[in-house]
Design a protein around this ligand. Structure first.
Ligand SMILES: NC(=O)c1ccc[n+]([C@@H]2O[C@H](COP(=O)([O-])OP(=O)(O)OC[C@H]3O[C@@H](n4cnc5c(N)ncnc54)[C@H](OP(=O)(O)O)[C@@H]3O)[C@@H](O)[C@H]2O)c1
Length: 417
């Protein structure tokens, strides 16, 4: 690959695909050209002549002059078929499709091992912020303990608008869509699926764990209300959708994506709009803080371009953490301190909680702060139903509650029937 010119077959000419086309044409140093672009709807009006486009995937996949497939489409199932065929036929692949990668990680990993073809996807996690290559390469020699961060640009944009400008949820979502930050199907963002897909990918590159999103707890921001935002403000918190991966003392790994109260002292507090950020913690290096634009045409295209450029020096993910096989395993055997608000008191069952620390009951809006076992959140979904909002407290993970049982207070004492 290093001596050859990169001849690209591009799939998708939407927000990111067109962004890549523009970025590539203003980058003079990279010896790469786009041979053909495959899109879905051939009759759509485009900014380029019709001769650039086809709606036949095989025109690109069977073209022997094309040695790189760049896949930037919004259909995960079609993308998997395209990428599978490209890898099998020895073409290098660059993708930004987190849904497809998270859903098919194991098969894609096996295909790469078998065909020895590079498959790079930095843009799939945190867009412009180069976190995959850092987790993959830099922390190889270090003892990574945790990473925690904001990994979905559009929900962070929406939460920023709600908090700072008191914009209504739907209006903020529309704005995120108009600016090209949201997925074509926005439920992927606001339902937490997109962040969960990214966490799934990051777990493989950081801790060598291959886990689809049904193996850990996640939720989005759809149930967060303006009243929750008011409570957060009173407590001098912000609300962020936070992904967390953290080793426990017993080599078990906590992993979840949940809305979280973030204090002013937290690095994530000042991360606004479509920005993403991740804090890593490792045994000798202590903390690192990464921040960058996590959505949008050019930030995402810049990561795609960086992957294309890396193909010139034959860069491949080595999946070192998977290869090294440690005994670290995902676990739900830990406790979380959470804020739960409800529009009707019957929606809370005291048996879900180890103990309750605060309880406020106002007409049509009650809330509590209590401690739950993560396995109970994983197995039950009362906390995801409409009218219930669960937000993780700062420093929420409690590994062992034995020493805390002494301060346990029951719901009955708090006045709940
Ligand atoms: N937008 C962002 O900020 C962002 C950030 C990071 C990652 N991503 C990822 O990047 C990818 C593209 O996102 P986007 O925002 O650019 O989406 P988009 O604006 O909706 O564009 C999607 C493109 O895919 C094409 N397409 C859909 N199905 C196809 C198929 N079967 N064969 C060929 N082309 C097909 C569409 O063709 P038509 O033009 O004919 O409709 C369109 O050009 C997604 O995987 C997304 O998750 C996006």
């Amino acid at each position: 690959m290093s001596t050859n010119k990169l001849c690209i077959g591009l799939f998708g000419f939407g927000v990111v695909g067109k962004g890549l086309y523009d970025v590539l044409h203003s980058t003079t140093t990279l010896q790469a050209s786009i041979n053909k672009i495959c899109i879905k709807n051939i009759d759509k009006k485009r900014s380029l002549a019709a001769t650039h486009f086809t709606d036949n995937a095989d025109t690109l996949l069977d073209d022997e002059n094309i040695n790189v497939i760049v896949e930037l489409i919004d259909d995960a199932d079609a993308a998997f078929i395209i990428i599978k065929k490209a890898l099998q036929s020895g073409k290098a692949v660059v993708s930004a499709n987190k849904k497809m990668i998270a859903e098919h990680f194991e098969e894609l990993y096996t295909l790469q091992q078998k065909h020895k073809t590079p498959f790079l996807y930095e843009a799939a996690c945190c867009a412009s912020m180069p976190i995959i290559r850092n987790l993959e390469e830099y922390y190889d020699n270090d003892l990574l303990q945790s990473f925690r961060g904001i990994i979905n640009g559009s929900t962070n944009f929406i939460l920023t608008k709600i908090f700072q400008e008191q914009v209504q949820f739907n209006e903020a979502l529309l704005l995120a869509k108009q600016l090209g930050f949201a997925e074509s199907n926005p439920i992927l963002d606001i339902g937490g699926f997109d962040a969960a897909n990214k966490l799934s990918i990051l777990l493989a590159h950081s801790f060598g764990i291959i886990a689809t999103t049904d193996k850990f707890i996640f939720n989005g921001i759809t149930n967060i209300s303006l009243q929750d935002a008011t409570v957060a403000k009173e407590k001098k918190y912000s609300i962020k959708l936070v992904a967390n991966a953290q080793k426990l003392a017993n080599r078990k790994l906590v992993a979840f994506v949940l809305p979280q109260f973030v204090t002013e002292a937290d690095d994530l507090y000042q991360v606004q709009n479509e920005f993403n950020a991740i804090t890593t913690e490792s045994s000798f290096a202590d903390k690192h803080f990464f921040k960058g634009k996590g959505a949008g045409a050019f930030p995402t295209a810049s990561a795609v371009l960086s992957d294309i450029s890396a193909l010139r020096y034959d860069y491949k993910y080595e999946y070192k953490k998977i290869a090294h096989k440690t005994d670290t395993q995902l676990s739900n055997d830990y406790y979380l301190k959470v804020f739960v608000s409800v529009d009707a008191i019957e929606k809370i069952d005291k048996n879900h909680f180890e103990w309750i620390e605060e309880w406020h009951n106002v007409f049509h809006y009650s809330w509590l702060i209590g401690v739950v076992h993560a396995e109970k959140l994983f197995k039950l979904d009362w906390w995801k139903q409409q009218g219930v909002s669960l937000i993780v407290c700062p420093d929420a993970v409690i590994e062992n509650i034995d020493y805390k049982k002494i301060c346990k207070r029951s719901l009955e004492l708090a006045g709940v029937v």
